[in-house]
Design a protein around this ligand. Structure first.
Ligand SMILES: [Fe+2]
Length: 400
């Protein structure tokens, strides 16, 4: 079996294989030879200070669809969780109801953030056995969860900080998300003129780890999950005067799952990774990149809802070297400039991208929108322009 075939979830989201190849760089992969076959991302779970309102924000501003809910009304006593989808991307937003809930303490320490990058796998037991043999910490042993819609096999591994990777085999399950959740839809209707969806899939999830720990986590994904290293490597050669970092990228066999890993490097002042680590309190997920077919329409829809993006300096678009480097893209540069969208190009093609300001109160997790046209990179050429923009923000918070 090859996992480049569409999953039932992707088919239900009306995605096509050609579209996913372009959007997220999906490639053919032989699962039989893979010690830890990962189908793709299953869900991203956030802990929120107010999951009820965050669910409203993701629906109203990001156009996501509420599909499931679990909470006191469904027999869950200490917290509530809302499940929202956009295309094949699935977010679970959890918040404490009971002050004694571990989520309340988690939120006090870390603020809003990502706690689980859940992966859909073909064989939970085989993955856990392989992971354990390679030194991974097993947080939840494989077990079944069942309801009227079938059975899910599930387990969890520890990753950087308190981030976990829940492993889910949902091949024998037909329910909306997991046993314990009930279907829920929102009363909200899409505004006239807004795109059908703001994003279609999750492209990558970036982890920030401590100085000197990047290679440890690259090895973790290599050995424990059989992930391979992608070409992009960012050393301090492209760092700005202040914000030095190092970055490497690991990916699963079919490239649906791509995890860039950043660590701070020595700079003249504290880097954006240091700022993240200070305010999150430990390593964690820095940003999620959301794939879109039409980044212009996505940005326009988000701005209309008040979502704020990092400003791109005018100089970025005036730079003749940059103009020469990016070559021809599908829209006039003026269209990108008016929205602050960045461009990067490599030997395979180009990509368009833009970054939001932090989503919550702390300067930690944020989103990226990405529209790929052949390039399988992550915007390395934009790092310098981006860092300078981030640093202007960091300076206004007094953290530079
Ligand atoms: Fe990114």
């Amino acid at each position: 079996m090859t996992t480049a075939r569409l999953t039932p979830h992707e088919r239900a989201a009306h995605l096509r294989a050609t579209q996913l190849r372009r959007l997220v760089g999906l490639v053919e992969h032989d699962d039989a030879a893979d010690p830890f076959p990962v189908v793709g991302m299953d869900a991203v779970e956030f802990v929120c200070g107010n999951a009820t309102q965050t669910a409203h924000y993701f629906a109203s501003a990001w156009g996501m669809t509420l599909v499931a809910y679990s909470g006191p009304e469904t027999g869950l006593r200490d917290h509530k969780s809302f499940v929202l989808e956009s295309g094949s991307a699935r977010f679970v937003l959890s918040g404490a109801v009971d002050p004694a809930s571990p989520l309340a303490d988690h939120h006090r320490r870390h603020g809003d953030g990502v706690v689980d990058l859940a992966l859909e796998v073909l064989d939970v037991d085989r993955c856990i056995e392989h992971a354990r043999r390679h030194g991974a910490v097993v947080l939840d042993e494989p077990h079944d969860l069942s309801d009227d819609h079938g059975t899910v096999r599930i387990a969890a591994l520890a990753a950087y900080g308190s981030t976990r990777h829940t492993l889910v085999d949902r091949s024998r399950y037909r329910g909306v998300y997991l046993p314990g959740y009930e279907p829920r839809s929102s009363v909200r209707t899409r505004r006239p003129g807004s795109p059908e969806r703001v994003f279609a899939a999750l492209d990558h999830a970036v982890g920030n780890v401590e100085m000197g720990r990047m290679n440890h986590w690259v090895r973790f994904y290599n050995e424990v999950m059989g992930f391979t290293n992608m070409a992009e490597f960012v050393g301090d050669d492209i760092a700005t005067e202040y914000s030095a970092l190092m970055s490497k990228v690991v990916a699963n066999g079919n490239h649906r799952v791509k995890f860039p890993l950043n660590e701070p490097a020595v700079g003249r002042k504290r880097s954006q990774i240091d700022e993240y680590l200070d305010f999150y309190g430990e390593p964690g997920c820095q940003h999620l990149a959301l794939a879109t077919d039409d980044i212009l329409a996505s940005v326009d829809a988000l701005r209309a809802e008040g979502v704020e993006f990092l400003a791109t300096p005018d100089a970025y678009y005036d730079d003749p070297l940059l103009r020469a480097r990016i070559g021809r893209v599908r829209v006039p540069v003026a269209e990108l400039r008016s929205r602050g969208i960045l461009v990067d190009r490599d030997e395979d093609g180009y990509l368009l991208q833009i970054f939001t300001k932090p989503l919550g109160d702390r300067p930690t997790v944020f989103f990226e929108l990405i529209e790929r046209h052949g390039s399988l990179g992550f915007g390395k050429g934009n790092f310098k322009a981006l860092f300078e923009s981030i640093e202007r923000e960091q300076a206004t918070r007094g953290n530079l």
